[in-house]
Design a protein around this ligand. Structure first.
Ligand code: F6P
Length: 341
């Protein structure tokens, strides 16, 4: 019997289970069994795998997280780990491995494909939406919806108390979540990593609003945003712990209060943006991605990643997807600025 392996690596996000479910269904139709590799690439290092059948995927479409578990590995893998993966892969009898993940997971997959000819197909996952080569990575829509709901809730309390509310969202080195949730939530100022700002610009814009009689404002900042002339405590820590950005919200809130005298609070949304049920859109995209990834294994399109372009499912070389981060849409950012001041 032919076998397809599937793993979910890096940060979890809503929609992973939708992909796993789709892969199992499509693989069955194609005459393959599916081997679930536990905890991302670590499952291949530790030879931790099991068959995933219809019984195991029953009822998982709307469940957040991943039934396979995940782990964070910052590439490159250690030489000894790569060797073990190569051996375990050979022994497993798998015809291809579907690696569902973001930049780190796909970089490892690309390396294993190029150096050891392990047949990898990538599926783009990232609440940050920062992968190139695809218009969309699943998980992002759910994160934006969760963040928007939180902004709505913080909006009403900011208004009642006549406060400035600074809301820090995830997104790592790109500002997609901040920009889209900020626009959807009616933010009065949005800070993103792609466009560093001066604290005076933020404060002037808030003062303008107050001159018009407004007594509260909403500032949404991406965890990776930069304020000119300042560093956040996490920027220094981050040299050692690459995934831990943040605390820029705290910096912005303190600076706003000091410079304007307006009472300011900060709310860091954190992992809440990655938990819970996926939106309908993420379930549908996850399902489409899962189907396509099996087709790619069947057609031996290895070293490639599923991609969405103009709402059509295609594929792209993984190399292209991980070369650089996909920055936010500049036009959308300009549009968002029309609501400042
Ligand atoms: O890449 C997804 C993401 O949620 C980023 O937005 C965030 O910076 C990072 O992962 C957090 O990682 P961890 O779950 O390891 O704290």
């Amino acid at each position: 019997m032919q076998k397809i392996g599937i793993l979910t690596g890096g940060a979890d996000c809503p929609g992973l289970n939708s992909v796993i479910r789709a892969v199992v269904h499509k693989a069955m139709h194609e005459g393959y069994v599916v081997t679930g590799i536990k905890n991302g690439w670590m499952g291949l290092v530790e030879n931790d795998m099991r068959i995933v059948d219809l019984r195991l995927i029953s009822g998982i479409l709307d469940r957040g997280g991943t039934i396979l578990g995940t782990s964070r590995i910052i590439p490159p893998l250690k030489a000894e780990q790569t060797k073990i993966i190569e051996e375990n892969f050979k022994r497993s009898g798998m015809d291809g491995v579907i690696a569902v993940g973001g930049e780190d997971t796909l970089k490892i997959g690309l390396d294993l494909y190029k150096r050891y000819a392990i047949p990898i197909v990538g599926v783009p996952k990232s609440i940050d939406n920062a992968l190139s080569g695809t218009d969309y990575a699943f998980g992002f829509d759910t994160a934006v919806n969760v963040a928007t709901e939180c902004i709505d809730r913080l909006h009403t309390t900011a208004e009642s108390h006549h406060r400035i509310m600074v809301i820090e969202v995830m997104g790592r080195y790109t500002g997609w979540i901040a920009l889209e949730a900020g626009i959807a939530g009616g933010a009065h100022y949005i800070c993103v990593p792609e466009f560093p700002v001066k604290i005076d610009d933020i404060c002037d814009s808030l003062k303008e609003r107050h001159k018009r009689g407004k007594t509260f404002s909403i500032v949404v900042t991406s965890e990776g945003a930069k304020i000119k002339g300042y560093t956040t405590p996490s920027t220094e820590e981050n040299q050692h712990r690459r995934h831990h950005l943040g605390r820029v919200g705290e910096l912005i809130a303190n600076l706003i209060e000091d410079n304007t005298g307006y009472e300011t609070r900060v709310s860091v949304l954190g992992h809440i943006q990655r938990g819970g049920a996926p939106t309908a859109y993420d379930r549908i995209i996850g399902t489409r991605f899962g189907f396509k990834s099996v087709e790619m294994v069947v057609n031996k399109k290895f070293g490639e990643m599923v991609s969405l372009r103009d709402n059509k499912i295609r594929s792209v070389r993984i190399e292209e997807a991980v070369r650089q981060h996909k920055a936010i849409d500049e036009d959308l950012y300009k549009l968002s600025q029309a609501f400042s001041g």
